[in-house]
Ligand binder design. Structure first.
Ligand code: BTN
Length: 263
C-alpha cells in the first residue's frame, strides 16, 4: 500500500515520514516505540493487518488482513496536556470530513470520537499520550476504519459495520487514508491557531449524531439521562438533565449511549 499512499498524499508533515507493514502487533504500540526513540512529529505507521489491535477501555480491535485501515499518527504538540483529549475529537472530525468528501457518505460522529454510518460504528480512534517532566512528550492517535471488510463478527453486528457493507462498493484504502491525513493536518493547524476547538465546533456539531437526542450518561457508579445539545469549544458534550440543569461532560471515563441502543 505504501506506494499508493505516497502517490495520493499531499500533506506538509502528516504522514511524510511513513512506515508500512504487512502485519504488526498494533500500529499504536509501534508508534509509541518510535516516539520513545525520538521519531518526528507527523510520523505515521500503517499496517495491512494487526494481531494485537487495541481498542479503548482495554478491549481488542478486530483487525482482519488487507481490508481495513489501521494507522497511527505521532504528534509532538507544544500545548498543555489537558488539551490532548481534544485531539481525538479533531481526528474524528477529520475522518468524517474525508469520508463525506471522498465517498459522499452520510458519516456522523457519536461523541466523542466514533464515526457511524446508518447508526453503526465504522471507525474507532484510540489516543495515547506520553508525558515528560509534566509536559506532553508525544501523542499517538490510532485510527481503525472498517473499509472493505464484508462480514462483521456476530457479536458486533448490532453496533458495527463497514463502508463496503453500507455502500456496496469497494473503496481505495490508500486514497481514504491520505485524505484523512490531509484533513487532520488542516484541522490541527486550526486547532493550534485557536488553542481549542472553536474553529471546528460548528462543523463537528452539524454531524454529531447525538445532537438533539436523549442520551444515557454512564459515569463510574452513576447513570442518568439527558438531552444532548452539542460540544463546546473544549469538546465537552453539553447535556440538559431531566431536572433542567445543564452539565458539561468531559470525555474520559464517561460513556454516552442512545437510550435505546448504541446511538
Ligand atoms: C475504539 O475502541 O473505538 C478504538 C479503536 C482504535 C483502533 C485503531 S486500529 C489502528 C490503531 N492501532 C491499534 O492498536 N488501535 C488503533
Amino acid at each position: 500500500m505504501e506506494e499508493e499512499i505516497r502517490r495520493f498524499l499531499k500533506t506538509k508533515w502528516a504522514g511524510q515520514n511513513l512506515f508500512c507493514y504487512d502485519e504488526i502487533d498494533s500500529t499504536n504500540t509501534c508508534v509509541l516505540k518510535l516516539g520513545e526513540a525520538g521519531a518526528m512529529h507527523g510520523t505515521v505507521v500503517v499496517a495491512d493487518q494487526q494481531n494485537m489491535g487495541k481498542g479503548r477501555r482495554g478491549r481488542n480491535w478486530v483487525s482482519p488482513p488487507k481490508t481495513n485501515i489501521y494507522m497511527s499518527l505521532l504528534l509532538r504538540p507544544c500545548f498543555e496536556a489537558v488539551k490532548a483529549p481534544m485531539l481525538t475529537l479533531l481526528m474524528a472530525y477529520s475522518v468524517a470530513e474525508a469520508l463525506m468528501e471522498l465517498e459522499q457518505v452520510d458519516a456522523k460522529i457519536k461523541w466523542p470520537n466514533d464515526i457511524v454510518l446508518n447508526k453503526k460504528k465504522i471507525c474507532g480512534i484510540l489516543t495515547e499520550m506520553m508525558m515528560k517532566e509534566q509536559a506532553i512528550d508525544y501523542v499517538v492517535i490510532g485510527v481503525g476504519v472498517n473499509v472493505n471488510v464484508e462480514s462483521i463478527p456476530q457479536e458486533l453486528r448490532e453496533s458495527a459495520t463497514s463502508l463496503r457493507i453500507e455502500t456496496g462498493r469497494e473503496l481505495s484504502r490508500a486514497a481514504l487514508l491520505a485524505r484523512v491525513l490531509e484533513k487532520f493536518e488542516e484541522n490541527y493547524e486550526q486547532f493550534c491557531k485557536a488553542g481549542d476547538l472553536s474553529l471546528i465546533q460548528d462543523g463537528y456539531n452539524r454531524i454529531l449524531v447525538n445532537a438533539g437526542n436523549q442520551v444515557r450518561i454512564l459515569e463510574p457508579g452513576n447513570e442518568y439521562h439527558g438531552l444532548a445539545h452539542g460540544i463546546n469549544h473544549l469538546g465537552e458534550l453539553q447535556v440538559e438533565k431531566e431536572d433542567g440543569t445543564e452539565v458539561s461532560i468531559f470525555a474520559g471515563e464517561v460513556s454516552v449511549r442512545g437510550i435505546y441502543g448504541y446511538v
